[in-house]
Design a protein around this ligand. Structure first.
Ligand code: AQP
Length: 328
């Protein structure tokens, strides 16, 4: 089985990224041949600082290994180190419609939030489809926010296969049973986001314990005192999911333990559970990040391994689409 997922080197990674991203990557790396990609080409689709991109790329590499990815078992690499991704995205643009891209909710949300809307932001899902399809992926472990993009990837693959002959495997998204969409602590109707959440709305994986306590204790909750999940209680439901991710326990078991204890006691327990979950990751991160040369070596190996798998698919795409090819 082939597994692929991408993650952007943008800003401080959040507890949401840990829940929908990193945690799932580690769980899937033993289930098949796994590829995890630092998608730097995606990260330039919104305003960014070129002076920070290289450092954020290494930050994210250190975080991927700190959360448990093993470079011997998983292929961890940087998207721009493998030029096949950008080429495949251009080719797939031929089988992706303007109307499909216009319906993407992430594009609608992000284009409303920015004054300058790049054409790259609009085409983002085509590049994501290329990332996934180049590796003949079966499973894409992601958070709920990526469901629409994974479904578009399947549609694009089906259209390519129907028009040019069957080439791509059809991938399916894999979403965690708890914590597939961690919500913003100050506004639990919106997802916890790297780019749009305020400082108090998101827990960063590298936040010091005092900051985590402050943010969780200040998290928005409703006026009741009962600790249980319900659509009328988005704030408490979110904290229950966060606790489930941090401890590995089921949301039901957590509700059973804290049902009548009141919000204050529950929030304090959530904060301590999150701190205990994140502290060892942060310690490993600091150690790995102190050796950038070693990170670059691991990423170079990853890119070489990735290209061995993506290159035949890209060549088959050119062939199927009828391009004149030069002799080898
Ligand atoms: N709140 C979340 N809950 C669960 N999973 C989440 N993911 C992101 N937010 C949540 C998952 O993390 C993986 C990597 O995401 P990404 O690189 O696309 O996202 P990002 O740059 O860190 O930005 P965010 O936070 O996703 O949102 P924006 O771009 O709005 O700032 C993905 O598997 C994603 O599902």
């Amino acid at each position: 089985m082939r597994i692929f997922s991408g993650i952007q080197p943008t800003g401080g990674k959040t507890f949401g990224n840990l829940s929908g991203g990193f945690r799932q990557y580690v769980a899937t790396q033993d289930q098949g041949e796994a590829f995890f990609c630092i998608v730097d080409l995606h990260s330039i689709t919104i305003e960014y600082d070129p002076r920070e991109l290289r450092e954020s790329t290494l930050d994210l590499a250190a975080m991927l290994f700190a959360t448990g990815l093993d470079p011997h078992r998983s292929t961890v690499f940087v998207q721009s180190h493998n030029p096949d991704h950008a080429q495949a995205a251009w080719l797939l643009g031929a089988v992706t419609s303007f109307g499909e891209l216009r319906r993407m909710t992430q594009f609608k949300d992000k284009s409303e939030a920015h004054e300058f809307v790049s054409s790259g932001l609009f085409q983002y899902p085509v590049l994501m489809a290329a990332d996934i399809l180049l590796y003949q992926t079966d499973v894409v472990p992601v958070g709920e926010d990526q469901r629409q993009h994974v479904e578009l990837t399947r549609d694009v693959a089906e259209r390519f296969n129907a028009r040019f002959g069957t080439l791509f495997r059809l991938p399916r998204g894999q979403y965690p049973s708890a914590g597939a969409r961690i919500m913003d602590l100050t506004d639990p109707e919106r997802k916890m986001s790297t780019s749009t959440s305020s400082e108090m709305g998101k827990i960063l994986i590298l936040d010091p314990p005092e900051a985590i306590r402050r943010k969780v204790m200040a998290a928005v909750t409703d006026s009741g005192r009962e600790v249980r999940r319900s659509p009328e209680k988005p704030g408490i439901s979110n904290l229950i999911e966060i606790m489930a991710v941090a401890t590995g326990r089921s949301p039901e078991a957590i509700e059973g333990e804290y049902a009548d204890g009141g919000y204050g006691r529950f929030k304090a327990a959530v904060a301590e559970a999150v701190i205990a979950c994140l502290e060892p990751i942060a310690a490993r991160y600091r150690q790995l990040r102190s050796d950038p040369a070693e990170l670059e070596r691991l990423l170079a190996n990853g890119a070489a391994k990735a290209r061995l798998v993506s290159a035949p698919t890209l060549q088959a795409m050119y062939q199927a689409m009828g391009f004149a090819r030069l002799p080898d």
